[in-house]
Design a protein around this ligand. Structure first.
Ligand SMILES: [Zn+2]
Ligand SMILES: [Zn+2]
Length: 287
C-alpha cells in the first residue's frame, strides 16, 4: 500500500472537510445531499455495514452482556416493513429487523435508534406513551401518525446506512486531522508540546465534524421520512407530538431542533401542507 499517497490524500481531504464543517448544513445544498445519497446507498457501504460494523456491534453487545429483544408489536413490525419499502429499500433481504428499545434508553425520551444490524423502537409508542417529567408521570394515547413517522425516520437511516457512514466519516476525519497536524506542527521541536497540540487538533476537528454530520443526517431522515409517509394527517400528528414533547422538555426539545437538525413542529406542518390531500391507509380506512 502506498502510504505516502494515502497521507497526501488525507491532507487534501482536510481542507474541504474544514469548509464542510464551517458551513451551515441545514438545509443542505442539493449537490452535497446527492453525493451523500450515492455514498450512503453504495454497495461498498452496504458491505461494510453488514460484514464489519454489524459484527463489531454484536461484539460490543456480547461484552456488555446486552441481548436486544425482537419487537413484539405486530403493528410495529408491519409499519417498519412498510417504511423500509417506501423509503426505497427495494430488496427485502436488506430490511433491518425491528427490535424493542430497552426501557432505560426509552426513558431518556429517545423513540427510535437505527444501528447497522437493526432498528430499535420504543414500543410504548404503539400503546400508551409514558413521560416522566420532574417526578410526574404522564400517559398519552398516541395517534398512529406518531409511531409511523418515527419508523419512517428510522427507515431513512437504514436506507443510507447512517450509523456506518458516521463511523467511517469520523475515522477518516481523525486520520485526516492527524496527518494535516503532523505536517503543520513540524517546525515545533519540542516533542511533548507537538503531541499535545496534535491531540487537541484531532479531538477538536472530530468533535466539530461529528456535530455537523449528525445534524445533516438527522435533518435528512426527518425531511425525507416525513415526506415519504405520503400522509398529511400522519405528519400533522407528528408535528403536534413534537410540540408537546418540547413543552414537556423531553430530551430538551429545543436543543434537539437547534443542535441535532431535527425539524420543528412548524417545519413539519409545512411538510403536511405540501402533502395536501394525501392520506395513508390508516387515515383513509378506520383501523
Ligand atoms: Zn434519527
Ligand atoms: Zn396517515
Amino acid at each position: 500500500m502506498n502510504f505516502k499517497l494515502l497521507k497526501k490524500l488525507f491532507v487534501v481531504f482536510f481542507v474541504p472537510l474544514q469548509i464542510f464543517a464551517s458551513e451551515p448544513l441545514c438545509p443542505p445544498c442539493n449537490s452535497f445531499e446527492k453525493i451523500m445519497g450515492v455514498i450512503g446507498q453504495s454497495g461498498a457501504l452496504n458491505w461494510f455495514s453488514k460484514n464489519i460494523h454489524a459484527k463489531g456491534e454484536k461484539l460490543v453487545f456480547d461484552l456488555l452482556k446486552c441481548k436486544p429483544e425482537q419487537a413484539s408489536s405486530e403493528k410495529a413490525k408491519i409499519l417498519a416493513e412498510e417504511a423500509q419499502s417506501a423509503v426505497g429499500i427495494i430488496d427485502k433481504t436488506r430490511h433491518l429487523p425491528l427490535m424493542s428499545l430497552p426501557l432505560r434508553i426509552a426513558l431518556l425520551g429517545i423513540q427510535g435508534i437505527t444501528i447497522s444490524s437493526s432498528i430499535f423502537v420504543d414500543e410504548n409508542l404503539f400503546d400508551f406513551y409514558t413521560i416522566f417529567n420532574e417526578g410526574e408521570c404522564k400517559k398519552f394515547k398516541l395517534d398512529v401518525g406518531v409511531p409511523r413517522c418515527v419508523l419512517f425516520h428510522e427507515a431513512v437511516h437504514a436506507k443510507y446506512h447512517d450509523s456506518s457512514l458516521i463511523l467511517l466519516f469520523n475515522i477518516f476525519t481523525a486520520a485526516s486531522a492527524f496527518t494535516a497536524a503532523k505536517y503543520a506542527l513540524q517546525p515545533i521541536s519540542h516533542n511533548g508540546l507537538r503531541n499535545v497540540l496534535k491531540c487537541m487538533i484531532v479531538a477538536g476537528t472530530v468533535k466539530y465534524s461529528f456535530k455537523k454530520i449528525t445534524r445533516f443526517i438527522e435533518n435528512r431522515a426527518d425531511r425525507e421520512g416525513h415526506y415519504t409517509t405520503a400522509c398529511a394527517q400522519c405528519v400533522r400528528e407528528s408535528a403536534k407530538w413534537r410540540e408537546l414533547c418540547k413543552g414537556l422538555s423531553v430530551k430538551d426539545g429545543d436543543n434537539l431542533v437547534e443542535w441535532r437538525g431535527y425539524l420543528s413542529s412548524s417545519d413539519l406542518n409545512k411538510i403536511a401542507n405540501d402533502l395536501g390531500e394525501k392520506r395513508c391507509a390508516y387515515h383513509t380506512v378506520a383501523h
